[in-house]
Design a binder for this molecule. Structure first.
Ligand SMILES: CCCCCCCCCCCCCC(=O)SCCNC(=O)CCNC(=O)[C@H](O)C(C)(C)COP(=O)(O)OP(=O)(O)OC[C@H]1O[C@@H](n2cnc3c(N)ncnc32)[C@H](O)[C@@H]1OP(=O)(O)O
Length: 233
């Protein structure tokens, strides 16, 4: 039974049950809406991505690995907890905009943007993210845009930092682009938590080809654990 998007990212979230997003009603209250878990096979996934996904789902069978669900909207609990805790209850975004907001990597039509599924190893405390970059992520002709790779690295390292330290925000990313990654090809991201110093979490990763013969990109990130009550804006 897949746990909901919200329930899995436990640091900030209290919502349980089905993946829930939030639709703003006129009185700025929220009603739970069920939303799609994007980290599941779709017709746009290549054979390579499906094969890798099946391999990792097998690893989940003994409970040592866990697939991380991934939805396009924050759950109502997360939204309210986050804004109350870190933005003194109000955020500098207009009401009517909030209900249309989407998580950037999940804001493309299926297959055209970021197709990815993340798996968390409870024993090794690391994330493997299986990724296929769609046609709308093009940089130079035929290859993925560097900014698309940075987005994926930020999201994957941020998820690892969040699982290790709760609510975090990215303070610094450093990226080395080693080889261009072809559009629509599949990459595998392996993360590791390098160290924690107080509120600072240092995580790193690389993106490799499926046959592990090519390292496309390497990245490190510094994520800062947010302090409830210390508002950011
Ligand atoms: C729909 C469902 C989705 C679910 C998604 C789930 C996964 C989501 C994953 C998404 C992932 C996407 C995530 C995103 O995209 S988050 C969006 C991008 N990031 C931001 O917008 C963050 C903007 N920055 C800030 O808000 C503040 O600067 C933060 C909060 C980061 C720290 O401000 P705060 O006032 O709280 O702390 P501090 O300033 O005392 O600093 C604390 C310590 O850190 C050190 N320091 C700070 N900055 C740097 C630096 N640049 N290099 C080196 N060191 C740095 C600093 O020296 C100090 O060290 P020390 O003196 O203690 O030794």
């Amino acid at each position: 039974m897949l746990r909901s998007c919200a329930a899995r990212l436990r640091p900030l979230l209290v919502a349980h049950g089905r993946p829930g997003g939030a639709r703003l009603t006129s009185t700025f209250s929220f009603e739970e809406v069920t939303q799609k878990d994007h980290a599941l096979p779709k017709p746009s996934w290549s054979k390579d991505l499906r094969l890798l996904f099946d391999q990792f789902m097998k690893k989940c069978e003994d409970g040592s690995w866990e697939r991380l669900p991934s939805c396009s909207r924050h759950s109502v609990q997360r939204f309210q907890n986050f804004t109350k805790a870190f933005f003194s209850g109000s955020i500098p975004v207009k009401e009517e905009q909030i209900s249309q907001a989407k998580f950037f990597p999940r804001s493309f039509e299926d297959g055209l943007g970021f197709e990815y599924a993340m798996f968390w190893s409870k024993d090794e405390k690391r994330i493997v993210c299986l990724f296929q970059g769609g046609l709308y992520l093009q940089g130079i002709p035929g290859f993925l845009h560097g900014g698309a790779l940075v987005t994926l690295i930020d999201t994957t390292l941020g998820t690892h930092a969040m699982l290790a330290g709760g609510a975090v925000m990215t303070a610094n990313l450093s990226i080395n682009f080693k080889r261009p990654m072809p559009l629509c090809s599949v990459g595998v991201i392996n993360t590791q938590l390098d160290k924690i110093e107080g509120r600072k979490l240092f995580v790193s990763c690389n993106i490799q080809s499926v046959d592990e013969k090519t390292v496309y990109t390497e990245g490190t990130g510094l994520f800062i654990k947010l302090e409830p009550g210390k508002t950011l804006v």
